[in-house]
Design a protein around this ligand. Structure first.
Ligand SMILES: [Zn+2]
Length: 106
């Protein structure tokens, strides 16, 4: 059950980071681990593919040290989803962490 909840958090994290700069799998795995989410490549890569298929991320292949690396960037749809989620996250945080200040309008 917690896994279901966290799946949404993880997707938001990914799209958030991909909206700032192109990101690749290993880098995301480290970043998510920093936040306490231990993701295996078997979980992360299908999630990235799904986000790409759904139009939230765009994938670009680059040659790095002789290897093809897939970089993901947030699309305009991904940025729009992030913007909508941001308002809801603010509300959720304010309510769940009662003492947190209310979300400000973006
Ligand atoms: Zn993060």
């Amino acid at each position: 059950m917690l896994k279901d909840f966290f799946a949404g958090f993880i997707k938001l994290h990914i799209v958030y980071h991909a909206s700032h700069a192109p990101v690749f799998g290993l880098e995301l795995m480290r970043e998510l681990a920093r936040h306490g989410y231990q993701l295996s490549p078997g979980t992360l890569y299908p999630t990235l593919s799904k986000l790409e298929r759904d139009g939230y991320l765009r994938c670009e292949e680059k040659l790095v040290n002789g290897k093809i690396r897939k970089y993901y960037t947030a699309t305009s749809l991904g940025k729009k989803a992030l913007k909508e989620a941001r308002a809801k996250i603010g509300e959720l945080v304010a309510e769940v962490l009662e003492d947190a200040p209310p979300a400000t309008e973006a």
